[in-house]
Design a protein around this ligand. Structure first.
Ligand SMILES: Cc1cc2nc3c(=O)[nH]c(=O)nc-3n(C[C@H](O)[C@H](O)[C@H](O)COP(=O)(O)OP(=O)(O)OC[C@H]3O[C@@H](n4cnc5c(N)ncnc54)[C@H](O)[C@@H]3O)c2cc1C
Length: 463
C-alpha cells in the first residue's frame, strides 16, 4: 500500500475541483487531485461542452434544411442536407478529448499530483483510492469535496433500454425517430430542441404548468413559441406514470391517460448531489437538504473539509463551481477570501437563448424593492434584423430610489454572449445611468442593453 501526505487533497476533477487544484498549485500549495472517471467532470465530458457541440451541429443542420425548403429570404438555396450523427458525435468527442488533455496538462503545469481512481473517506484527514496499481492512501491537512452531481432517476422509469439520461443522449449514433423528453427544464429543452432540429419528432412532458419553471413567463414565451414552430409537442401539467415496452404512459393536465410511443425516452427531471457510496456518511457532515451545507468560505461542518460545486447546491452551474474552487484554493494558501459575489449569471442554451443575472422584477419586488423596469425588444434592433432573429428582448431591473441595477435578463438569439456584460454591471454596482452613458458598438445586439437602461430612465431612443 502506497501513502501520500499532502497539504491539499481535492476529490473530483470537474470544473470545481480542477480549478481549485490548479490555483492551489499556482500558489505553491502541495496539492493532490483524485478523479474516478475523467478530468473535466460532468461539464466537460457529458454536460456543458458536448451539449453545446450537439446544439451547434443541430442549428447548422436546421439552417440548411430551412434554406433547402426555399424558405430563406436571403436568396440562398441549397440541396437537402444529409446528416451522419455518428460523425457529429465523433467530432464532439474530439473536442471533449482536446479539452480533457488540456485540463490534465494545466494540472501538471501547476505541479498538481493526479491520482486516478475513486476516493473513499477513512476519516476526516484520510482517503483511500483503489487505483490500477493498487491501494493508495492519501493523508491531507485540508480536503476539498468536489464530487459533483448525477441525473435523478425516476423509480418507475429506470435508466436502461429506451430510457436514457442526458449522458446517453449526447452519444447516440442515430437520430431517434420519436423522442419523448420527460422534464422541461433547461437540459431537457436544450437536448429536445437539438434533436427536433436533427429530425426527431419530439414531445416534452413537463409536470408543472410552464416549461423552464425557474424562469418568468415573459422570458419563456419566445422559447415556447419556437418549440411550437419546430413542431415540438409540449405537454405541461402532464405527469409521466410508467413504461410499457417502448410506450410512455402519462396523465395529461386534464387528468386523461395517454400513451406516447417512443424510440427513446430522455429523462431530465433534475440532478442530485453525488454523496453516496464513498464513505461520506462516515463523516456525518451537516446537510442542507440533499446537499452539503457550507458557509461563505465553502467550509463544511467539519474542520479542514471544504466542499464546492454541485454537491453544495443550487445553482448547479460550472462557473459557480469554478469560482468556489478558485476561492477555496486561495483560502488554503492563506489568503483572506469569502464568497461576496453579487450574482451568478445563468444561461439557457435553448432557441432562443435565455440569460439571467441578478433579480427578476418579481424577485426584486418580493425582496421589498420598489423597482423601475426597462425592456427593449430585439425587433427594434438593427443587428437582430440583419440576422433574421428579431425574437426576444433585454430587460433591466433597477431600484426606483437610486437606479442601482438589481437584475438583467435577456432572451434572444446569441444573448449568452451578453451574460458577461450583465454580470459585470451588477458586480460593479452599476446604476442605470452608467449603462446608458456607456457607448455600445453599433450594430450589435448589446445596444439593446443600453436601450433597456435608457427605457428604464424614461428616454429610450429607438422605441
Ligand atoms: C447535459 C448537461 C448540460 C449542462 N450544461 C451546462 C451549461 O451550459 N453551463 C453550466 O454552467 N453548467 C452546465 N451543466 C452543469 C455542469 O455540468 C455542472 O454544474 C458542473 O459540472 C459541476 O461541477 P462540479 O465540479 O461540481 O462537479 P462535476 O462536474 O460533476 O465533477 C465531479 C467529478 O468528481 C468525480 N468524482 C465523484 N466522486 C468521486 C470520488 N469518490 N472519487 C474521485 N472522483 C470522484 C466525478 O467523476 C466527476 O468527474 C450541465 C450539465 C449537464 C448534465
Amino acid at each position: 500500500m502506497k501513502e501520500i501526505v499532502c497539504k491539499l487533497l481535492v476529490i473530483g476533477a470537474g470544473p470545481g475541483g480542477y480549478i481549485c487544484a490548479i490555483r492551489a498549485g499556482q500558489l505553491g500549495v502541495d496539492t493532490v487531485i483524485v478523479e474516478a472517471v475523467k478530468a473535466g467532470g460532468t461539464c466537460l465530458n457529458i454536460g456543458c461542452i458536448p451539449s453545446k457541440a450537439l446544439i451547434h451541429a443541430a442549428e447548422e443542420f436546421e439552417k440548411l434544411n430551412h434554406m433547402a425548403g426555399a424558405k430563406s429570404p436571403l436568396g440562398i438555396s441549397v440541396e437537402a442536407p444529409k446528416l451522419d450523427l455518428a460523425k457529429t458525435i465523433a467530432w464532439k468527442d474530439g473536442i471533449v478529448g482536446r479539452l480533457n488533455s488540456g485540463v490534465l496538462g494545466l494540472l501538471r503545469k501547476a505541479r498538481v499530483k493526479i491520482v486516478h481512481g475513486r476516493a473513499k473517506f477513512r476519516d476526516g484527514k484520510t482517503v483511500e483510492v483503489e487505483t490500477e496499481t493498487g491501494m493508495q492512501v492519501i493523508r491531507a491537512e485540508t480536503i476539498v469535496i468536489a464530487t459533483g452531481s448525477e441525473p435523478v432517476e425516476l423509480p418507475f422509469l429506470p435508466f436502461g433500454g429506451p430510457v436514457i439520461s442526458s449522458t446517453e443522449a449526447l452519444s447516440l449514433k442515430t437520430v431517434p425517430q420519436k423522442l419523448v423528453v420527460v422534464g422541461g427544464g433547461y437540459i431537457g429543452l436544450e437536448l429536445g430542441t437539438a434533436f427536433a432540429k436533427l429530425g426527431s419528432k419530439v414531445t416534452v412532458v413537463e409536470a408543472t404548468s410552464q416549461i423552464l419553471p425557474q424562469y418568468d413567463a415573459e422570458l419563456v414565451k419566445p422559447v415556447a413559441k419556437r418549440l411550437t414552430d419546430l413542431g415540438i409537442r409540449v405537454l405541461t401539467g402532464a405527469k409521466a406514470k410508467g413504461l410499457s415496452g417502448n410506450t410512455l404512459l402519462i396523465e395529461t393536465a386534464e387528468g386523461a391517460e395517454e400513451q406516447l410511443a417512443a424510440d427513446k425516452i430522455l429523462v431530465t427531471v433534475g440532478r442530485k448531489p453525488r454523496t453516496e457510496g464513498w464513505g461520506l456518511d462516515e463523516l456525518d457532515l451537516d446537510r442542507a437538504g440533499k446537499f452539503l451545507r457550507i458557509d461563505d468560505r465553502c467550509r463544511t461542518s467539519m474542520r479542514g473539509i471544504h466542499a464546492i460545486g454541485d454537491i453544495t447546491g443550487e445553482p448547479m452551474l460550472a462557473h459557480r463551481a469554478m469560482a468556489q474552487g478558485e476561492m477555496v484554493a486561495e483560502i488554503v494558501a492563506g489568503k483572506k477570501r469569502s464568497w461576496d459575489k453579487r450574482c451568478i449569471p445563468a444561461v439557457c442554451f435553448t432557441d432562443p437563448e435565455i440569460v439571467t443575472a441578478g433579480l427578476s422584477p418579481d424577485e426584486a419586488r418580493a425582496q421589498g424593492y420598489e423597482v423601475r423596469v426597462g425592456l427593449f425588444p430585439f425587433n427594434a434592433n438593427g443587428r437582430a434584423m440583419t440576422m433574421l432573429s428579431e425574437e426576444g428582448f433585454v430587460r433591466i431591473v433597477a431600484r426606483a430610489d437610486s437606479n442601482l441595477v438589481l437584475g438583467i435578463q435577456a432572451v434572444g438569439s446569441g444573448v449568452s454572449e451578453l451574460s458577461s456584460a450583465f454580470a459585470l454591471a451588477i458586480e460593479m454596482g452599476a446604476r442605470l445611468q452608467d449603462i446608458a452613458a456607456t457607448i455600445h458598438a453599433h450594430p450589435t445586439r448589446s445596444e439593446g442593453f443600453q436601450e433597456a437602461a435608457l427605457k428604464a430612465l424614461g428616454h429610450a431612443l429607438h422605441i
